[in-house]
Design a protein around this ligand. Structure first.
Ligand SMILES: [Zn+2]
Length: 410
């Protein structure tokens, strides 16, 4: 038998991740490795017990490998593989029926625990919205009525979204070297629990799907273009492929296991990337000059719209509380929907869509808001403040090119 190295461990890890994927269709978000590896996994068709057994053996192998004290990249690879294999083992235990609390699950899978906030925290923000939003009656009704004026008409959606993508690509290219042949395809889909999704295909190509089940508001054009495309998921995935898989031969990057620590960095950078690409003033200008007119909306109301949205952003963590309460068994489904309507200000259809997202992806929800906050404080803590654009992009690109574990963010 060959002695194990990080390279042999990486290959075993990829095959185990594909094996977990046979038990959970959401687990393997992307795979573009050798077809023979996939064929071996299908042939073996491992049960969860055997997967867990092999994952534990792999953890021991990683522990027994000497740590490379001369090369920080190798040291980081070693550390990341250890954590990722532990995360895979936790996912296998969950699939086999082991119970974990919401916080135990997010720590085991994503290497992070989201802070808890009580209703009072969100109520303060709701009170401010109550003073700011026009009209009479329940807050949710007033907020829904206000947003009506900012829906992108379906026949203009593709043009608006393409314009947003072009602007995000151009701004990202000014700071990050992207391969010439990178590209993605956009599709509009229905009947999903998410609003947008990036399916990375390998070879610097993505398929981006936008869910049109519910009305799409104008702010989502730039948010989705940055988050799913530039400098978000598409760029993150292709930089990992280029820098780590192709240039260094780290084969663990043939696979992207969705329920692992990489996802917190993925969602956190995709969300934080929106404000890196479009700082507030520049965003307002672009919305006013380009996107609002293109969507046929009143460009004179840009500032008013974003003032309200900024307040609503403060409710971001309310969704985590619904997920925690529901998955920990402290709320039944209707209570979770009520909570989302009250504290996340989601109209009922959106609250129900969110609940199905929580049922499908569970503690993954923390990756968006906690991920964004951790990435922001990490980058700003190292000097990448809003005032220092160059440094901000440089640190952002570094995090995309050689991601840290969530617990390593400062
Ligand atoms: Zn995302």
């Amino acid at each position: 038998m060959q002695p194990s190295t990080l390279d042999t461990v990486a290959e075993d890890f990829v095959k185990l991740a594909l094996a977990v994927g046979q038990h959970d269709a959401d687990y393997v978000d992307a795979y573009f490795g050798p077809a023979e590896w996939q064929a071996t996994v299908v042939e073996e068709s491992l049960g969860l017990d055997e997967i867990l057994h092999r994952a534990q053996a792999l953890s021991k192998q990683i522990e027994s490998l000497p740590i490379d004290t001369t090369d920080s990249m190798n040291r980081q690879r070693h550390r990341r593989l250890a954590k990722t294999v532990d995360s895979l083992a936790a996912k296998a235990r969950l699939l086999a029926g082991e119970r974990m609390s919401f916080d135990e699950e997010s720590a085991a899978l994503f290497d992070a625990i989201a802070p808890s906030h009580g209703a009072e925290h969100f109520q303060t923000i709701l009170d401010r919205l109550d003073e700011t939003l026009p009209g009479e009656g329940p807050l949710l009704d007033r907020y829904s009525a206000f947003k009506q004026d900012f829906v992108i008409p379906p026949d203009k959606l593709d043009a608006v979204f393409q314009a947003a993508i072009d602007a995000c690509r151009e701004r990202t290219r000014a700071f990050i070297d992207l391969p010439e042949d990178e590209n993605f395809v956009v599709e509009y889909v229905t009947d999903k629990s998410w609003s947008g999704y990036n399916w990375y295909q390998g070879g610097y190509q993505s398929l981006i799907q936008v869910n049109t089940d519910l009305p799409i508001y104008i702010d989502r054009a730039l948010d989705l273009a940055c988050h799913e495309g530039y400098p978000g998921h598409h760029v993150f995935n292709l930089l990992l492929e280029k820098n780590l898989l192709r240039d260094r031969g780290w084969s663990e990057f043939f696979v992207y296991p969705l329920f692992g620590p990489r996802s917190l960095i993925a969602e956190g950078t995709a969300n934080f990337g929106i404000e890196v690409t479009f700082p507030e003033e520049e965003r307002l200008r672009f919305e006013r000059q380009v996107l609002f007119p293109m969507a046929g909306l009143d460009a004179g109301r840009v500032a008013e719209y974003y003032e309200i949205l900024d307040l609503v952003k403060g409710l971001g963590y309310a969704g985590n509380e619904a997920a925690r309460g529901y998955l920990d068994g402290d709320m039944i489904a209707e209570q979770a929907v009520d909570w989302l309507m009250t504290y996340s200000l989601m109209a009922e259809p959106r609250a129900r869509q969110r609940l199905s997202f929580i049922e499908q992806y569970r503690s993954y929800v923390i990756n968006y808001n906690l991920g964004q906050d951790l990435v922001r404080s990490h980058i700003e803590g190292l000097g990448g403040t809003a005032e220092d654009t160059e440094r901000r992009w440089q640190l952002f690109a570094e995090l995309l090119s050689n991601p840290l574990l969530p617990s390593q963010l400062q």
